[in-house]
Structures are given as structure tokens and as C-alpha cells.
Ligand binder design. Structure first.
Ligand SMILES: Cc1cc2nc3c(=O)[nH]c(=O)nc-3n(C[C@H](O)[C@H](O)[C@H](O)COP(=O)(O)OP(=O)(O)OC[C@H]3O[C@@H](n4cnc5c(N)ncnc54)[C@H](O)[C@@H]3O)c2cc1C
Ligand code: SF4
Length: 592
């Protein structure tokens, strides 16, 4: 470790990775504190292991909720020794919190869906009077979306659809060919006026242009360009054969330890301390951040590190926890909390899904359906006009993620077929399993949640984690906008399944309160340190810089003041890059 860091970055996921990348490639000395253990994507990614070789045939367990081979090493719906609590006993009013304690955080096994927020998404209150407008517009963030897409590599297309921004020519990689089931969805949804277009995912359909991109991303910075040129050549195009959720040792997909951290390390300006659980930002006498207190998990000892600036990127709620646990005479209610808004307006994504069986897809001749280890196509929100005409009973919208096809069979592949087979067994069951394999389609709605006063987190006055750090207590409530949206999703999915000639085991759920997934289940936690243009009602300004402490930034999803239907990670990275540029400029001016 050095003794003169410019910046401490807490967390190594999408936010921490992007922040450390931008800062170090532009010359800053960074110390990254990561609570999880080190993780080597080359050595530890189980790309080719089969379910047959795994305990319980690879089925999910509390330790590995998404299956034995999933990339999450230490984490999931619960983390041993690191509890959190909910104020209500009613599951509908609880938040369920997914965490990943490993280098790279949740980016090692995320779904890679990378959608830009559109112009409407930054000004929602101006459009319908609900929630908050962002202090920035789409145009402010667009250049950073371009940069992030170019660096991480995102496939997709330009469709010219409303509030679904097109990337500049040459920014995206070509989308992969959709398999037959997804094409059938596209054909039948079109009859209902529902668009189905290539989705955007952070997967390399071809190698990135190592000659052109470095100069575009780091103009005038030859050292950064050289590092990136070398690194891009080590990232190989996808070969379409393995589930991305296990991670990707050939670096064909975005994971922070595959994309952000290697070039940042190559600068020689990044030191990473794993097993370092940050719990407090310390202050100097002048009220600026001095550094961070953390527990060295390998020894249990408390340590302090100092720097000119501190960036929290520990995931939205964990950053809230650190701020609220950083109490002092100057900030008795938690750091950067003079507005009282730290922890407020926690948001997730509205989720609801419905699956069906489609006879047209039965008994397909065997053919190679290997493809992207995730979606090829999706439906962006398409009912803007109907909503404007007042024909919908909820505000905001959702997109639809579509899953079909013959994936590598797992223990659940032929399970739950009784409603189709009438309970066949033996030889007949095997024939039936072959017949139905690959004939299912699933629609998952992902919709916008409007921030509300009843969804927030605070410090639990009684409970501490194994390190003695007070934990978060959540409060949660969906509004009728979200529950009605979930009911609308169900109706839409049933219509598409019907248009495909398919059938559902259980009809669509008309009661949105039953159809909606639990808070947190979509794992799109944002808010809690919202940005705004008024220090009295927000925690950070448009640069993710806290109003109260000039050299303290939050670059995870915390500053989101609305949560559009678009999955949040691309926006997190774009905001982190923009915030880092701002921090670099302030350090250069010696303002920080
Ligand atoms: C299964 C799954 C699928 C997903 N699919 C998508 C998708 O398709 N598209 C999309 O946009 N998003 C998706 N997401 C969400 C996405 O993973 C997150 O939005 C993104 O990772 C957030 O980045 P982050 O850096 O804020 O948090 P994380 O990636 O969680 O990283 C935070 C890091 O901080 C560390 N940390 C936490 N507390 C401390 C502390 N006190 N001290 C030090 N370090 C700390 C953690 O260990 C972790 O490594 C998915 C998530 C999951 C789990
Ligand atoms: S499908 Fe492609 S991107 Fe996904 S893990 Fe396999 S090689 Fe990597």
C-alpha cells in the first residue's frame, strides 16, 4: 500500500470498477476497499462443468441460490453473519436484499442487459407530476453512455423507438441471431402491435476494435490508450456456448474484474484491498472526508486509510449504511445527511412473469440452439400514446424480457410437466419430456417504480453484524402504480401466449398485489442517496457529489432519483464515469 492515495473507492462492482477505471487511467492513485474475497475469473469460472458433475445436480441452495455453478461465490439472499432486518412482518412490505461479497460484486453473474434510460426517464415529474426530475437530462449523460458501451462492448440495434435511445453509429456490436422461439414471439406479438426488437446485452459478438477505441475513450492520453489497446486484445468474442451467469473466463462479457480492473491495475495506480469491510467515513476538522475505517476480515482488526477524496460504490443500500453509521458531532444523523434524505426513496424494479407452453415449438427437429447466454430480443415499453390518452390505470411503463429455447438440461428441465402429461411415467414420460423440451416460453416484465416515502432503509437500533457494525432495517411499500402495472403485465403476457397458440398452467393473475414480485427481488436496488438540485431535498448534486461533504461522492445506484424500467447498471456506470471526470477536474484545480 502507498501512503498518498488520491481517492479511496469502496466497492469493486459496476460502480467501483468504473470509478477506479476512469480515475486511474486518467492518472489518479486509487485504493479500492472490497468487503468480499479476491476472485480470479481465469481460474475460478466453471464455464464447461455440467450439472451432472455438481452436488444436487447443480440445483440452487441457500448458499448458491442460482445454482451450484453460478458465479456468486459469497453472497445471495443472505450473507452469513451479515443480516439485515425488515420493520414489517408482512412479506408484501418487506425488502429482500441480494448482495455479493466478492471482487466484482454482482457483476460476475448479472444478466448483462444494458439499456439506456431515455429522455423521458430523466424528467418523469415534468411528464406526470409524480416522483422527481433528475437534475440532468438525457443529453448530459449520452456521451457517457457512448463511452461505457464502447468500453464494455454491448450488442444491440438502432430501432428509432420512442424513449428508447439509439446509440451513435458504430457504438454497438451486432446483435446475435434470435433462436426460433424468440422469432415466433416476434411474429405473434407483431399481430398485437407489440414490438419485439434485439435486446442490448454486454457481450462481445465480435472482438472490440483495439485500434480505434482507445483514442475515442481517452483522447490525448497516450498512456491510457496504450494500456487499453493491449487490454482489449485480451478480450475474446463470445463463442455462444456457456451460461453467462457462471461468469466468462475469456472476458467476452462485462464483469468488473474482466473489463474495468485489469486496465486499471495495468496503470500501476490501483491497489485493491479485499476482505476490507468499510464501516465509516472519517472526517477532518474542516468537515471534509479524511478517509475510511474498515475491518480487516482476515484478522478482525479495525484499520484506517486516508485519501484526498472518498467514493462510496458499495451498492446503493450498503453506501447508505456506511453514511448512516458515520456519525459525528457535525453530522449526528449520519454523514452527508443534513437533508435527512439518506436512506430515503429506495427503489427496485417492478417484476412479474408468466410462462406458457407452445405446441408449435414441440418436437422440433434437433438443431443447434446455442446462442447468447441470455436474451436475444425484448419488447421496450410501447404504450406511450395510450398512456397519454389516459387509457392505462397506472403511470410509467415496463419492458418485457423473453426466454425460450433448449438450454443445457438441468435437474428442473423435465420437472412440473404433470399438467401436460397427465402424470405419465416410465417410457411414456421420457417421450413426453422430449416432446415438451424447448417448447416453453417465459415473459418477465421489468417496470418502473416511482419513489415513495414508505420505501426506505435506516439503521436498526438493536442488530449488529458479526463485525459489530449496525445493520440496515428496511421499510417497503408498492404504490398502486406498481401493482396495477404488474396486473397489466400479466394480461399482456397471456395475450402473447394466446397469439402463439400456447397455453398456461395457471391463468394470468388479475390482482396486481399478488402478481408483483417482492421488493428487492429484481435485484435492481437504487436510490437512498438521491441526486437533485436542492441540498434540502437531496443527498448529492448532479455529479454524485454529496452536498454536505465536498470530497465525498456516491457512484452506485444511490443517486438515482427515479428508477426507469431500464435495468440500472449501464446508467450506474455512465453516471460513475461522469462523476469521476468531475472529481478529476476538481482535484486538478485543487478544489479537492
Ligand atoms: C442475478 C442478477 C441479475 C442481474 N441482471 C442485471 C441486468 O441484466 N442488467 C442490469 O442492469 N443489472 C442487473 N443486475 C443488477 C446489477 O448486478 C447491479 O445493478 C450492479 O452490479 C450494481 O453495481 P454496484 O457496483 O452498485 O454494486 P455491486 O455490483 O453489488 O458491487 C458492490 C461491491 O461493494 C462491496 N461492498 C459492499 N459493502 C461493502 C463495504 N462495507 N466495504 C467494502 N466493500 C463493500 C460488495 O462486496 C460488492 O463487491 C443483476 C443482478 C443480479 C444479482
Ligand atoms: S455465452 Fe459468451 S459471453 Fe456468455 S459466458 Fe459463454 S462465452 Fe462468455
Amino acid at each position: 500500500m502507498k501512503d498518498d492515495y488520491d481517492v479511496i473507492v469502496v466497492g469493486s462492482g459496476a460502480a467501483g470498477g468504473q470509478t477506479a477505471y476512469t480515475l486511474t487511467l486518467e492518472g489518479a492513485r486509487v485504493l479500492m476497499l472490497e468487503a468480499g474475497r479476491d476472485y480470479d475469473i481465469m481460474a475460478e469460472t466453471p464455464m464447461f462443468q455440467t450439472s451432472r458433475d455438481a452436488p444436487l445436480l447443480g440445483a440452487g441452495t441457500p448458499d448458491k441460490p442460482f445454482g451450484f455453478h453460478d458465479a456468486t461465490i459469497d453472497g445471495g439472499w443472505s450473507v452469513p453473519g451479515e443480516p439485515y432486518t425488515n420493520a414489517s412482518r408482512d412479506p408484501a412490505r418487506q425488502f429482500t436484499w441480494w448482495r455479493a461479497r466478492m471482487l466484482g460484486g454482482r457483476t460476475n453473474h448479472w444478466g448483462r442487459i444494458s439499456l439506456r434510460n431515455g429522455p423521458y426517464d430523466f424528467k418523469p415529474r415534468s411528464r406526470d407530476g409524480l416522483g422527481f426530475d433528475w437534475p440532468i437530462s438525457y443529453d448530459d449523460l449520452a456521451p457517457y453512455y457512448d463511452k461505457v458501451e464502447r468500453l464494455i462492448g454491448v450488442y444491440g440495434s438502432r430501432e428509432g423507438l420512442e424513449n428508447t435511445p439509439d446509440s451513435p453509429e458504430g457504438c454497438l456490436l451486432p446483435p446475435p441471431k434470435a433462436p426460433v422461439g424468440e422469432r415466433l414471439v416476434r411474429q405473434r406479438a407483431a399481430r398485437l402491435g407489440i414490438p419485439v426488437v434485439p435486446i442490448h446485452r454486454a457481450v462481445l459478438t465480435k472482438a472490440l476494435d483495439h485500434k480505434r477505441l482507445p483514442a475515442l475513450l481517452h483522447p490525448g492520453n497516450t498512456a491510457a490508450q496504450e494500456i487499453l489497446e493491449q487490454d482489449l486484445q485480451k478480450r475474446i468474442a463470445c463463442f455462444w456456448a456457456t451460461p453467462c451467469g457462471r461468469g466468462c473466463s475469456i472476458r467476452a462479457t462485462y464483469q468488473s474484474p474482466a473489463v474495468h480492473l485489469p486496465p486499471a491495475m495495468a496503470t500501476g495506480k490501483l491497489d485493491i484491498l479485499t476482505n476490507a469491510m468499510a464501516y465509516e467515513v472519517t472526517l477532518r476538522d474542516d468537515g471534509r472526508a479524511a478517509g475510511v475505517n474498515y475491518i480487516d476480515k482476515t484478522t478482525g482488526k479495525e484499520r484506517h486509510v486516508a485519501a484526498r477524496a472518498v467514493v462510496l460504490a458499495a451498492s446503493a443500500c450498503e453506501s447508505v449504511r456506511i453514511l448512516l453509521n458515520s456519525r459525528s458531532a457535525r453530522f449526528p444523523n449520519g454523514l452527508a445527511n443534513s437533508s435527512g434524505k439518506v436512506g430515503r426513496y429506495v427503489m427496485d424494479t417492478v417484476g412479474s412473469s408468466l410462462g406458457g407452453q407452445v405446441p408449435l415449438l414441440e418436437d422440433m427437429p434437433p438443431h443447434n440452439e446455442d446462442g447468447a447466454g441470455g436474451e436475444h430480443v425484448y419488447t421496450p415499453w410501447w404504450l406511450y400514446r395510450e398512456q397519454k390518452q389516459g387509457r392505462l390505470d397506472f403511470a410509467r411503463g415496463y419492458h418485457i424480457e423473453i426466454a425460450t429455447g433448449r438450454r443445457m438440461p438441468g435437474p428442473g428441465t423435465a420437472a412440473g410437466l404433470e399438467w401436460l402429461t397427465g402424470g405419465a411415467y416410465g417410457k411414456r414420460f421420457k417421450e413426453e419430456a422430449r416432446r415438451y423440451y424447448g417448447s416453453f416460453v417465459n415473459f418477465a416484465g421489468r417496470g418502473e417504480m416511482i419513489p415513495n416515502e414508505r420505501s426506505f432503509c435506516e439503521i436498526d437500533p438493536a442488530v449488529k453484524d458479526r463485525w459489530g457494525i449496525p445493520v440496515l432495517r428496511f421499510h417497503w411499500e408498492w404504490s398502486h402504480h406498481e401493482t396495477r402495472q404488474a396486473a397489466h403485465m400479466q394480461k399482456t403476457f397471456a395475450e402473447i401466449i394466446d397469439a402463439m397458440g400456447g397455453r398456461t398452467q395457471k391463468g394470468p393473475e388479475a390482482d396486481g398485489r399478488k402478481a408483483i414480485a417482492r421488493g428487492g427481488e429484481m435485484i435492481h436496488e437504487v436510490g437512498g442517496t438521491i441526486m437533485g438540485s436542492d441540498p434540502k431535498t437531496s443527498v448529492t448534486d448532479q455529479w454524485c457529489q454529496t452536498w454536505d461533504v465536498k470530497n465525498l461522492f456516491v457512484t452506485d445506484g444511490g443517486p438515482f432519483c427515479s428508477n426507469a424500467d431500464k435495468n440500472p447498471t449501464l446508467t450506474i456506470m455512465a453516471l460513475a464515469w461522469r462523476a469521476s471526470d468531475h472529481l478529476l477536474a476538481a482535484m486538478k484545480r485543487r478544489d479537492i
